[in-house]
Design a protein around this ligand. Sequence first.
Ligand code: ADP
Length: 324
Amino acid sequence: IRRIGVYTSGGDAPGMNAAIRAVVRTALYHDLEVTGIFRGYEGMIEGDFKNLVSRSVSSILQKGGTMLKSARCPEFRTVEGRKKAYENIKAAGIDALVAIGGDGTFTGAQIFSNEYNIPVMCIPGTIDNDLAGTDYTLGFDTANNTVIESIDKIKDTAASHNRLFFVEVMGRDSGSIALYAGVAGGAEAIMLPEKDTAIDELIEMLEVAKERNKTSMIVIVAEGDKNGGAYNVAKRVKEKFDFYDTKVSILGHLQRGGSPSSFDRILATRMGYFAVNELLSGNSQGTVGIRGSKITSTSLEDALKGKEFKLDEELITISEVMNI
Ligand code: ADP
C-alpha cells in the first residue's frame, strides 16, 4: 500500500474529524501518502480529491461535523457511477480506502471493494449507535451528552410549573440515544422504536409517577417510536391524562453537532490508528469496532449481515426500576 484514500459519507457525526486526523497521521507515520476524498462517494465520482499532510488535519480534533464534508450519492449505487469512481481512484494512485460512516457507507464500500479488488477498512460514524461489530459508534456519546444537557434544562422549567414534557430525540430505527439519554437524564418513561409501548401503558406509568407526587415528568420519545413521534404521543396522552400541563420539545439536528466528547475523541483516534494498521497487515475488507475496552475488527460481510443491532435489555430494565 502506498496511498490511502479517506472519506466520510452518509450522516455526519461528532468524532469523524478526530478519526480523519488519526488516519492521516498514522498513515504518515508509516510513510504512506493520504488523499482526502471530499463529499463521500459523490466526490469519488467527481474526483474531488486533495492530498493531506499532517498540517491539513491540525485543530480539527475538537470540531464536530467533518472537514471532508459528506453527501448521499445515488449514482454510486450504479455500476457506471462506481466505474467513474474507480477511474479517479486509480488515476490518483489510491490503493486502499478508509471509509467513515454508517451502514449505507459500509455497503457501498463492500460492493466497490469486491468489484475493483481494493482494500477497505470502515470506521463506524453515526450518532445512532446502530451498527453491528461495535459496542459504540463515533458520535453517540457526544449526542447523549447534548441530549442530557437539554433534559437537565427542560427539567428546571418543568419542575417550576408541574409540567409533563415529551422530549423527542433522534433515532428513526434505533432507540439507543433515547435509552441512554433517558437513563442518564432520569426520564420517567422512554418510548423506543424497538419496544412498541402502547399509549395506555405509558399513561399507567405516568399515573404511578403522579401518585408519588412528582412535580414534573419527562418522557423521552425516539423519533421512530411507533406512535408517531412526540407530538402525537403528547396529544394522545393529554386526551386521557390531563393532570399536568403538557409540553413538547423536539431536539432535532442540534444532536448531530458539537465538539466531540473525550470518549468520542479517544475512540475515533484509536479506530483511525487501528484501521490503517489493519490495512498494512493485509486486512482487505473490515470494520473497526470497540468490544468491551478492546478495539477489534469484524469482516465487512459479518458486520453487514449481523445488521440487527440489539438494545441492551438490562439497561431497559434498569430504566424501569429507576422509576420506582
Ligand atoms: P449512512 O452511511 O449514514 O448509512 P446512507 O445510507 O445514506 O448513509 O449511505 C451513504 C451512501 O452510501 C449513499 O448515499 C450511497 O452513495 C452509498 N450506498 C448506500 N447503499 C449502497 C449500495 N447498496 N450500493 C452502493 N452504494 C451504496
